[in-house]
Design a protein around this ligand. Sequence first.
Ligand SMILES: NC(=O)c1ccc[n+]([C@@H]2O[C@H](COP(=O)([O-])OP(=O)(O)OC[C@H]3O[C@@H](n4cnc5c(N)ncnc54)[C@H](O)[C@@H]3O)[C@@H](O)[C@H]2O)c1
Length: 264
Amino acid sequence: MLDIKDAVAVITGGGSGIGLALARYWVERGGKVVLGDVSEEALKKAETEIKALGGQVVIVPGNVTKEEDCGKLADSAIEAFGKINLVAPFAGVIKDGMMVATDKDTGKVNRKMSLKDFQFVIDINLTGVFLTVRECAERMINNDCKGLICLVSSTGSLGTAGQINYSSTKAAMSVMPKVITAEFFRRGFSDKIRCVAIAPGYVGTDMVKNMNQEALEKILGNVPIGRLIEPEEVASLVCEMYRNEAMTGDTYFIHGGLRMGSKG
Ligand SMILES: NC(=O)c1ccc[n+]([C@@H]2O[C@H](COP(=O)([O-])OP(=O)(O)OC[C@H]3O[C@@H](n4cnc5c(N)ncnc54)[C@H](O)[C@@H]3O)[C@@H](O)[C@H]2O)c1
């Protein structure tokens, strides 16, 4: 089992939601955090909060879609703390819409998801994760670090109507742990650097609070625990997966028993 005390976590999307909850949870157990986010304002607030908890924190504003920003984030962790033990590339966005929507009266297509809206989500949720993980993995290997790369998939990976962009990126997150673990196994360091994904259902963060509230009420009616998942509950799972070295190469759901119908 690994110990969180003195371990270093690099978290993107660290300025809010699940990323920030993980940062809090990590430092409360003696870990150190390097937080990346595109929102400098959110990062500064997060820094104040983490310091108030007595945690050691470095903030690195940046956009995960930019290769140089991801390199800078990984370098900052090595410069500040000399190692990386947990990589949590949690920066993510939604931009929902039907791929093709039809007019109620004519039955003809009157709207389509734009290429811009499709690409926006792919760039951040897929390319951004690839870049963050690639840059951090390089530093972990070259600095002989031990730990976990923990991606964030979603129950949306199973296919949710209105989310062809988001669901596609989250399905990709659930295959990446297998690819990364297999590659590390071939090179002989899969016992040192593991990779998993978590797949949450509906978590009470800004992402979900900004959803269509009527749709959210309907969804909650299908959740056996009868409520949104708390960001701290997701953070707790990530930390347990970090500690437990038997966990690698797969995706682990945390959704309160969500009943997923064919319409997502
Ligand atoms: N909230 C949920 O119900 C839920 C469920 C399943 C999976 N997830 C996933 O968990 C992750 C975190 O979601 P959340 O609910 O905490 O969302 P959130 O909106 O609270 O936080 C996302 C953070 O990512 C940052 N960000 C956005 N674009 C960025 C970019 N280009 N570069 C760097 N940072 C950027 C935002 O500024 C924000 O601080 C996402 O990947 C999301 O898809 C969330």
